[in-house]
Design a protein around this ligand. Structure first.
Ligand SMILES: [Zn+2]
Length: 247
């Protein structure tokens, strides 16, 4: 019985606060109604999109895509490309998985970097990441397929999830550096580690995208000095040392 309770607690915490917060409204309406409403939102939003976009809008990329960025994001529903891009279409090639990991989506990342030749690869972690929180604890009771994707995270040395999120981003950048070292050294690829902070855990305000790593460089001052950021007014770099990686 104790095992069952532990299992349920782990699963509930892993699947984030979203589901927990959504529970009251779900209870008020039959599940079929919820499903119908979700499908309706998708189809209605798509109808509105197609009404807004003339056929010419799609002509540029009918046969080929030309993204500049390969982005690896956590699958968390609170984190969306729209939160930091107003023009992702045909510009951001996205690979998503729990914990914004390199190894669990390596093929997609290599397709973006090596086949589509995007000159930017960015890993986007986020505050309150359920995957990080789960990987910091006991995952032995989690379902095999989910456990498989959590076992590739290595964040147990972090003192809390805020530090774990940053540590994980650094590790993912490190794995990408090992894979794309040649391109990076030739200046053909910039590998960026960032955190999307919808909770204001790192003190810059809710919804801020914070850069914490550039081509393996973690020191905020050194990152800011990069010529890649020359003339940019809205670059937020670094987190307080106490919230960064464990020493
Ligand atoms: Zn996450």
């Amino acid at each position: 019985m104790r095992k069952l309770i532990i299992h349920l607690v782990i699963m509930l915490s892993f699947f984030c606060m979203n589901e927990l917060q959504a529970a009251p409204s779900l209870e008020k309406q039959p599940l079929a109604q919820t499903i119908r409403a979700a499908i309706s939102d998708l189809t209605e939003d798509n109808a509105a999109f197609t009404e807004l976009k003339p056929a010419e809008h799609f002509h540029e990329f009918l046969d080929i895509q030309n993204p500049r960025v390969t982005m690896v994001m956590c699958s968390d529903s609170r984190v969306q490309v729209d939160n930091f891009s107003q023009g992702a279409e045909n510009d951001i090639f996205v690979a998503r998985n729990i914990g914004n990991q390199f190894v669990t989506t390596q093929g997609s990342i290599e397709y973006g970097v090596d086949v589509l030749n995007t000159p930017v690869l960015i890993f986007v972690g986020h505050s309150h990441c359920g995957a990080i929180k789960a990987a910091m604890g006991d995952i032995s009771h989690i379902a095999p397929a989910i456990k498989k994707e959590l076992q590739t995270l290595d964040v147990k040395s972090a003192k809390d999830d805020k530090q774990g999120v940053i540590l994980n981003v650094h590790q993912q950048v490190g794995k990408a550096l090992a894979d794309f070292k040649g391109k990076m050294k030739e200046g053909k690829l910039a590998i960026i580690g960032a955190v999307y902070d919808f909770r204001n855990d790192y003190g810059y305000g809710n919804g801020q995208l914070i850069i914490v790593n550039l081509n393996g460089e973690k020191r905020p001052d050194a990152i800011r000095e990069s010529h890649y950021f020359d003339g940019l007014n809205h670059v937020t770099v670094g987190v307080p040392a106490t919230l960064g990686s464990p020493k």
